[in-house]
Ligand binder design. Structure first.
Ligand SMILES: [Zn+2]
Length: 103
């Protein structure tokens, strides 16, 4: 699964040190049916990019280049419905996980 995830980040790099991401940059916090909760961290400088919620349908995309996934500081772009769906999966994540959600 991590190898598939890596494709999503292949063309991205750390905004702080410009180091590319690899499999070890991705920590899977939760893996549930239809949803992955991942945490992306730069292995070079240790910068954290927060928690990303990924639908498994996206992971199965054949052309990773088609993924419009942007890594940025702060909350990932997720819809309100995604937040509701994900909520029950992430209740036991770190206590301050809600800081990653849009206000
Ligand atoms: Zn970095």
């Amino acid at each position: 699964m991590k190898k598939k995830l890596k494709h999503l980040f292949d063309n991205l790099c750390c905004s702080q040190c410009k180091c590319g991401f690899d499999e070890d940059s991705i920590e899977i916090k939760r893996e549930e049916t239809g949803l992955l909760v991942t945490h992306l961290t730069c292995r070079n400088c240790g910068k954290s990019f927060g928690v990303a919620f990924l639908g498994l349908n996206n992971i199965e995309i054949k052309n990773p280049e088609d993924m419009a996934l942007e890594v940025q500081e702060g909350p990932e772009a997720i819809s309100y419905d995604d937040v509701i769906d994900a909520h029950r999966f992430i209740q036991s994540l770190e206590a301050d996980w809600q800081k990653h959600l849009p206000k």
